[in-house]
Design a protein around this ligand. Sequence first.
Ligand code: NAD
Ligand code: DAU
Length: 356
Amino acid sequence: MKNIMVTGGCGFIGSNFIRYLLSAPDFKEDMRIINADKLTYAGNKESLADIPGRFPGQYVFVYGDICDKGTMEKIVDDYDIDTMCHFAAESHVDRSIVEPDTFVQTNVVGTFNLLEIFRRRKDRMVLFHHVSTDEVFGSLGKFDYFRETTPYNPSSPYSASKASSDHLVRAYVHTYAIPATLSNCSNNYGPYQYPEKLIPLMILNAYTGKKLPVYGKGLNIRDWLYVKDHCRGIWEIMNRGKRGETYNIGGDCEKKNIDVVCMICDILDGMEPLKSGQPRRELINFVDDKKLRPGHDFRYAIDFSKIQVELGWAPEESFETGLEKTIRWYLKNPEWVNLVQKKCSEWLQRHYNQVT
Ligand code: NAD
Ligand code: DAU
């Protein structure tokens, strides 16, 4: 791997991945990252503002839409790309319910374009790594775990589009023998996450004393993973994962949404109580999830024993320390927060006005 194209590198996980890689001990001096991103509402060049200056020659940003095949081909040829790590996607479940078209375009057609470009240059290509989600498996009851062998059963347009992209990658491995790996990961949290997702939205609302919209009774369960642990897992797979294989990545950290929100309230109360003295838990507002998220998946939980046994990967950050770090990061970065909040405010108003 020399010239690694990271798609969607200005998003939450992509930007964390680029930071992780540039400081990883096994990221060699002759390696280069080419970050190709369309800068949608979720893409922020500011998330990597310090990187070009700190790593001249090892990092390049190129504007590009993965749905535009000609532009992507040019990037791949101009930068002599030999490896693709594919994050770019529309990623928010609620938005996929309101406007599914872009999800099909970017997640399905965009991935297809990259696969076509890759296979037509197969001789010089080293690896296509596809970053995917545990949501492709659907919803779990109270027991059991998602394994690599769990049948696909996606519920939302988002998860169906990601499932579709996973199938395309596997079909290209099977039919064209391209060297590819896949990862299906559970819910990430950490710095630079766009505040439409549960944890950053709750941190920012709770900090400023706004209502905390919890869907249903807050009993749905997610398996939380600190984003840096995810990035380390992806890099392990890219380096040592078996070609053609899929690896599940998870946090061993199942939490009910309401418990996550209460933890955020309590940590913030401990750091900086509201001027009114009101405990932040009183800001919790249970809202109708049938309006905001019809078909809301109940529980996700990952069995990550394959990556643990084969590659020695396991999560390192505990939820308590990871959440506190994340909260501190949001409080210490008001410029970034203001910028993305401006972009997010229209969506938030439109979305949550339906239930208030
Ligand atoms: P994000 O929404 O924060 O970022 C997506 C990035 O992709 C943005 O920078 C955006 O500008 C870019 N992008 C969107 N459409 C594009 C296009 N057509 N061409 C080029 N760039 C485009 O997403 P995220 O949360 O960082 O997720 C990244 C990937 O990880 C996605 O594939 C997602 O399915 C997967 N994933 C996310 C999670 C999670 O908890 N966030 C968990 C598992 C897997
Ligand atoms: O599991 C991996 C997936 O995790 C990724 O593939 C997705 O890209 C990512 O967005 C995330 O999907 P979720 O739908 O699980 O994340 P979200 O933060 O949107 O919601 C988490 C839970 O919190 C879910 O049960 C809905 C609930 N929720 C969410 C929001 C935004 C609320 O109760 N209130 C809210 O305001």
